[in-house]
Design a protein around this ligand. Sequence first.
Ligand SMILES: Nc1ncnc2c1ncn2[C@@H]1O[C@H](COP(=O)(O)OP(=O)(O)OP(=O)(O)O)[C@@H](O)[C@H]1O
Ligand SMILES: [Mg+2]
Length: 306
Amino acid sequence: MSMLEINHLTKDFGYNRGVFDISFKVEKGEVYGFLGPNGAGKSTTIRQIMGFIKPQKGKIVVNGMDAWRESAEIQKNLGYLPGEIALPENLTGTQFIKMMADLRGIKDFSHTNYLIEKFQLEPKGSLKRMSLGMKRKLAVVTAFMHDPDILVLDEPTSGLDPIMQQVFIDYIKEEKSKGKTILLSSHIFKEIDATCDKISMIREGKLISSFVADDLRHNTDKTFKLEFDDNLTYQSFLESIHENANLRIVGTKPKFNQVKVSYNDKDVNEFITVVSEFKLKFCSEIKFTLEDYFMSFYESSKREVK
Ligand SMILES: Nc1ncnc2c1ncn2[C@@H]1O[C@H](COP(=O)(O)OP(=O)(O)OP(=O)(O)O)[C@@H](O)[C@H]1O
Ligand SMILES: [Mg+2]
């Protein structure tokens, strides 16, 4: 059963801002990465999952319940870590933890204490004087103190130092191993790579790509860049490739007699046989990893900014 279903979600703020016809599903036990440049619509989507704002069109179902109408019931079993944290400044960390525990009806503090220890939270001081990182740790502890089955994390490690970022990644993995369902919005590749099963990419409010992370991690397609001695060799190589169904030309630079060729691992012998008939100047593999995909996504969105 899907724990989280987003169906044709639209929230139009005007001037092309908002989210438009977004659909994806997160299955039980999955860590789902939600990526996109600044202003793409991640937090807007997440706020609708939380029932803070009402979708204009479409529907969100969390654990079988409607995200807008049944948000109070949903939140009993959901932990939400917002991107921007606002805490009441007139309290100490300890008072805030107590207040949140009362609101949630928590009597057993063993999980809360476990989180305090894990994230090395020092809750005693006043929130007014707490460092940004310490406030984020407090937000983490109070977001997950009720040990929820669904975690919705909007850029959870921003403001945490590298050691604490790693502690957080470990926490996500630990929760996943317990069968929790996690939606994670992030700009940090390391975090995504270490945790996510599936990924959706959003740009300008529209979902542009959804895929299984392992498909890219264990990509069986290879790409090589070849340069030939002269233009005649380059031309005849192109002709021989055109006749071959298993080798694909993915780019050419005629001025430099260069070709980029892709093939699947199973066709490696064919690639070697064809290439060995031509005199090469050089040949190098172009590795395309999940990180390359991640970066090319950001770079192409940067280029599109007018
Ligand atoms: N309440 C609102 N009224 C009008 N426009 C809004 C509102 N909330 C968000 N927007 C706009 O909608 C777009 C998406 O914003 P959103 O906060 O969802 O982006 P994001 O993907 O979370 O970005 P970031 O990575 O910077 O957190 C932005 O252009 C933003 O200015
Ligand atoms: Mg955001």
